[in-house]
Design a protein around this ligand. Structure first.
Ligand SMILES: Cc1cc2nc3c(=O)[nH]c(=O)nc-3n(C[C@H](O)[C@H](O)[C@H](O)COP(=O)(O)OP(=O)(O)OC[C@H]3O[C@@H](n4cnc5c(N)ncnc54)[C@H](O)[C@@H]3O)c2cc1C
Length: 387
């Protein structure tokens, strides 16, 4: 546990990095330069283009420094990060080398005048705390760093969306609502998080719903280039979205696009129980054609009276250029509502007595949280994955 003075010195130092022109990018470049000079062999763990890696690095640092005074939260984040790095071939010794490189990079950034003995001590204590947590988690994890899996079905349900089913070599145990990291043969070393859309099962079948992000590296390849027989790597599960059954509170789920996947997996799991809290699921898309999974959801709601599914689209009509044809909503289903999903959901009140989960793109999650906050929804009831 770090003392308040140490935390405030490290935060003040990092704040000066964030405030400087090009500061975060400069610090990240200097960190990787220090690391690769001291350990040239580490370069092979990273992709050719380091831009995205540097962004992730700075965002993770910002999260850690913001939460240094919240032991539970920061330690569980660091342990998860440590375990997650194993897919790159990294172990505990690499994190300690990373800690030294970051101290050197920060020292270069601030210069000798600011780098007093007290500041140096604070950075050493903080980086020891960070790297120890990551190293212990990575070295003590008994799961393999990833499993192999083969695509057995690839369905392009929309121009920009594919449902991909894989057979994993060995069963992966995950809780519905968790996510995993995947690496595809078309984009080696570029791991991306995806949320399984079905609960884990003894047969080792897993299903992902993937939307093509325009200009993205990996998602366009999954939607347009992946084929049956491709071999993927899938890393151990992360995250903790879940319905707390002990609370007995009803549930509000809000999905944008493929954010439906982890919510659908949880609903499918709940369908195994005879008694459940009521679940209201709002499923959003930009256009009517984006509501790609309504028939499955409708079937689930017919056999599970605790589930209500409400389709929502921002636009009332499909664009003229879309080619895949709109799926008609099943007869009897709640009619489609229109507007930004957060606004639509909050027209029904603040849902203050609900457990709430929001899943979708980072902007969808942020605007939905904003809408809920505006109507007074208690934020401690709201869960979402890291953005
Ligand atoms: C916990 C978690 C679970 C996820 N689960 C799924 C899932 O089940 N299905 C799925 O399709 N995606 C999911 N994603 C998003 C996925 O991991 C990738 O970020 C996304 O597929 C884009 O990857 P890319 O390589 O194509 O784009 P990149 O090359 O990484 O990024 C290209 C550009 O697109 C932006 N961008 C990245 N992601 C999005 C996004 N979602 N919406 C809008 N802009 C974006 C980036 O900021 C960047 O500017 C999940 C993300 C997280 C954090």
């Amino acid at each position: 546990m770090l003392d308040a003075r140490t935390i405030s010195l490290v935060r003040a130092g990092f704040k000066s990095v964030l405030a400087a022109d090009d500061g975060p990018a400069h610090l990240a470049r200097s960190f990787y330069a220090q690391l690769f000079v001291a350990h040239p062999e580490f370069r092979s763990y990273f992709p050719a283009s380091m831009d995205e890696q540097r962004d992730h690095f700075v965002r993770a640092l910002a999260y850690v420094f913001d939460n240094l005074d919240k032991d539970d939260r920061v330690e569980s984040f660091l342990r998860q990060l440590g375990r997650d790095h194993r897919k790159h071939g990294i172990d505990g010794s690499h994190f300690r080398a990373g800690g030294s490189a970051l101290i050197a990079a920060f020292r270069n950034f601030v210069g000798n005048e600011v780098w007093t003995d007290e500041v140096e001590g604070a950075w050493h204590r903080t980086l020891a705390f960070v790297t120890d947590n990551m190293a212990v988690a990575a070295d003590s994890d008994e799961l393999p760093p990833y499993w192999g899996a083969t695509i057995v079905e690839h369905q392009r349900v929309l121009d920009d969306l594919a449902i991909v089913r894989l057979q994993v070599d060995e069963g992966i145990h995950y809780f519905p609502g968790q996510y995993v990291s995947v690496q595809i043969p078309q984009r080696p070393k570029l791991w991306r998080y995806l949320s399984p859309a079905i609960p884990c099962n003894p047969q080792g079948e897993i299903e992902f719903h993937v939307r093509r992000v325009s200009g993205g590296w990996v998602s366009p390849a999954i939607v347009t280039e992946s084929v049956v027989g491709d071999r993927w790597a899938i890393s151990p599960p992360l995250g903790g979205l879940q319905v707390d059954r002990s609370l007995r509170d009803d549930v509000l789920m809000i999905a944008g696009g493929t954010g439906l996947a982890p919510l659908r997996a949880q609903i499918m799991e709940m369908a195994r129980y005879s008694r459940n809290p009521r679940v209201h699921l709002f499923v959003g898309g930009t256009f009517p054609r984006d509501l790609y999974d309504m028939h499955t959801l409708w079937q689930l709601s017919l056999s599970n009276p605790w589930l209500t599914v409400v389709p929502v689209t921002e636009e009332e009509e499909d664009p003229w250029w879309h080619t895949t044809g709109t799926h008609e909503l099943p007869w009897g289903m709640h009619h489609r509502l229109h507007g930004p999903i957060g606004k639509v959901v909050t027209q029904f009140g603040s849902w203050a007595d609900r457990q709430i989960q929001i899943c979708g793109s980072p902007s969808m999650v942020r605007t939905t949280i904003y809408a809920l906050r505006k109507v007074g929804t208690p934020m401690q009831h709201v869960q979402h994955d890291p953005l």
